[in-house]
Design a protein around this ligand. Structure first.
Ligand code: HAM
Length: 418
């Protein structure tokens, strides 16, 4: 019987893992310069938190969640995104007592039962940032700038930043009415989901991927025309600060986010190189969520990057793998035992050391050293044992050294020859 990973779920193997490590390391460095600290969140959450935040009429909640009952009969869900769980943790651990703004980042797998295709997996990784406690539109620009700084650091090109404002609850009340009015006579052409959403949450009709619905909603009014004075002012200032930071952006009033918790600023980073699934990162404000989860009213803004999609945009994947600094070739049991001890001593000095398990031929051991791109080979054969010496072969420079059979002598010789 041969097992396979579930459909839409990919293992991440070396050498690609080194590119992942590179991305994660750069993200940590960049986020640190903005004062963000890492938070490691639960992967399984009570199902309710997603219903209450992402929204019961969204695709994610209606169709895509991995939800099951645990052995205690509780309904739990593999997180489809990080923000809801983050807000749960923010309140549960009283993180609001930390000095404001509270800035956090997280990295890890998310799960959505979507139809797998290029750039869309059922398990995918996000790198996310959440910043809480500030209403000032300057922080929207700062958060977007953080995302942009990471993309710049990773030398990602061919991406565009789209921004809009979807207003507050109040703006949306008027907008919903206008939208319903517009959709009213076209409703018969819409899919069953949209017919249902029309009454429950008409804004979700704008997010439907069904061809007939896309056609039917063409020419619908845009939320930007319905923003209240405060939201208009907020959005104007976000743009002012984006310009101040020379961040290139387009306003896209059609930008629809697939999650209900957003208020005011929303944004996406897209790339034409990604095909149909063209969003590599997305985010926005979620001004009501902390309160809805039982906390005090707390402004919040954040984003998440889809790591698999980011990977497709990295020009030179760091896939080139290096070999060990030292490889021990030995002949006979005694020599192999010695190489085991010496390798331990040298590893304690921080060197990457491997020993050979190919017996008995020295030649096959040398061939392996070559194949794994070892920089130096240490040979312990019969002669070496007799003379209590080792031979060090510099594989790049094709030089040889003979030193006494001691870790510190080996280390010294290598350091000097570099
Ligand atoms: P989202 O737009 O649902 O936002 O996802 C963010 C990113 O995750 C997307 O832009 C995409 O790159 C990646 N992504 C989403 N679904 C998949 C998938 N099935 N396969 C591969 N990649 C995928 C959020 O999740 C929000 N929590 C972002 C946020 C944080 N907003 C405020 N704070």
């Amino acid at each position: 019987m041969r097992f396979k990973a579930p459909k839409g779920i990919q293992d991440i193997l070396p050498p690609e893992t080194s590119t992942w490590q590179h991305i994660e390391a750069q993200a940590r460095e960049v986020f640190k310069t903005y004062g963000c600290r890492e938070i490691r969140l639960s992967i399984i959450e009570p199902t309710d938190i997603f219903l209450r935040s992402i929204g019961e009429t969204t695709d994610i909640v209606e169709k895509e969640m991995y939800t099951f009952q645990d052995k205690g009969g509780r309904s739990v869900t593999l997180r489809p995104e990080g923000t809801a769980g983050f807000v749960r943790a923010f309140i549960e651990h009283h993180l609001y007592n930390e000095p404001s703004p509270q800035r956090y980042y997280y990295m890890g797998p998310m799960f959505r039962y979507e139809r797998p295709q290029a750039g869309r997996q059922r398990q995918f990784y996000q790198i996310g940032v959440e910043v809480l406690g500030v209403e000032d539109p300057m922080i929207d620009a700062e958060v977007i700038s953080m995302l942009w700084a990471l993309f710049k650091r990773l030398q990602i090109k061919d991406v565009t930043l789209e921004v809009t404002s979807i207003g507050c609850r109040q703006c949306r009340l008027d907008y919903k009415e206008a939208l319903k009015d517009f959709l009213k006579d076209k409703l018969t052409f819409f899919c069953d989901d949209c017919k249902r959403r029309y009454d429950l949450n008409p804004l979700r009709v704008l997010d439907c991927k069904v061809e007939a619905c896309i056609k039917g909603r063409q020419g619908s009014p845009s939320i930007t025309g319905f923003l209240c004075r405060d939201c208009r002012e907020h959005f104007k200032n976000v743009q002012y600060y984006l310009k101040l930071l020379s961040l290139p952006y387009n306003i896209n009033p059609e930008l629809v986010r697939g999650l209900d918790y957003y208020t005011r600023t929303v944004f996406e980073v897209k790339s034409h190189l990604l095909g149909a699934q063209n969003a590599v990162a997305a985010g926005g404000r979620y001004g009501n969520l902390v309160e809805e989860f039982g906390g005090l009213p707390t402004p919040a803004v954040g984003f998440a990057i889809g790591v698999e999609r980011l990977l497709r945009l990295i020009e030179k994947p760091h896939a080139h793998e290096e070999g060990p600094e030292l490889f021990f070739c030995s002949l006979g049991e005694k020599a192999q035992e010695l190489s085991l001890i010496l390798a331990e001593e040298l590893r304690a000095q921080g060197l990457w050391v491997e020993i050979s398990y190919d017996k008995p031929s020295l030649r096959s051991q040398m061939r392996r050293a070559d194949r794994i791109r070892a920089k130096y080979v240490i040979v312990i054969g019969e002669d070496e044992l007799k003379g209590q010496m080792v031979t060090i072969k510099d594989m790049q420079e094709k030089r040889e050294f003979k030193v006494t059979l001691e870790a510190k002598e080996i280390l010294k010789t290598i350091r000097q020859s570099q």
